[in-house]
Design a protein around this ligand. Sequence first.
Ligand code: SAH
Ligand code: SF4
Length: 351
Amino acid sequence: MSLFDLDRTQMAAHLSNEPKFRLKQLWSGIYQNLALPTEQTNLPKALRESLGANQELQLALTQREVLFADERKTIKTLYELKDGKEIETVLMSYSDRATLCVSSQAGCAMGCVFCATGQAGFFRHLSAAEILEQVFHGARTSRDVFSQRLSNLVFMGMGEPMANYENVIAAIQLIVFEFGISARHITVSTVGITPGIRKLASQALPVSLAVSLHAANDEKRSRLVPINDRYPIDEIMDSLEFFAEHSNRRISFEWAMMADINDTDQDARELAELAKRVGAHVNLIPLNPTPLWPYPGSSETAVRNFRDNLVALGINATIRRNRGNQIAAACGQLITQRRDKVRRRIESFGR
Ligand code: SAH
Ligand code: SF4
């Protein structure tokens, strides 16, 4: 149990000797003013102290490291969980918004060969409270460092959100209804877990969906993204058509640009065909170096050519500006354990 595990009823139980309005005061103090119970000076001192000493109201995350980059506009935070596992978030400030990249799991079981988190393997799911608390800290940092309200959230940190579906949705609900971040400003990024895509389509929350495609034919995609064997491209496309029919929310494809591996004209043609079928926007991501993946990302020219190719084929494609590269702040670039399975897959790309 931690502070963010409590719903209003459970919180009320800790205030049983207090006047009724305290609950509302304490709750809005946390979710609107982003203040911990011990910091809420409008509460009586004795109550603050007893709440602060209550084991069930402690935080679940301990901040271990904070790194700044991009003229202090990007902040990476490494947290330790109660059981010693580590996760990270990345906060990015732009002129018109502040975006937090959150983790949904400690590690990831999907094993994408170019991804630092995939290379490290899976440790465990995060609870809804552990996800929520990342948002609490991110929103505070955004306010205190950037004087900006946290406006956008992307599930592009460590882990596969659709593999931890219930907790991710529970957290999103509270993020929308308690923290007041608009569902339209929340993006769930998935490697293509089709049951999750279908469930999300039926969910009332109008969040955006990003699918990490990286290759547009099964032979190539299975080598980069092993879970493609279980959920191949045809099935992903079916689930996306279902998603598009059941919601008018935006779908985008993520494509990490790898030189000669997925940046050829043929790749652009195959990708354009898929994007057209579901009206997807394509996000081209410059590849971040990771410990076990030895091949270079596409050159800037190759990335621009690829984008131009897609645009000429009628696709809405943009290049994502890489934030926090110096501090390895991309996708879960934590210290990586060596895993033979991943290494063998990577060796299959030997040239
Ligand atoms: N598991 C989810 C969300 C987390 S990964 C998913 O895969 O979609 C967030 C994004 O970062 C994904 O698009 C992922 O493919 C991408 N990514 C992973 N490793 C990367 C790397 N080394 N360089 C660039 N993008 C990477
Ligand atoms: Fe997991 Fe996403 Fe990394 Fe693949 S890219 S290993 S799904 S976190």
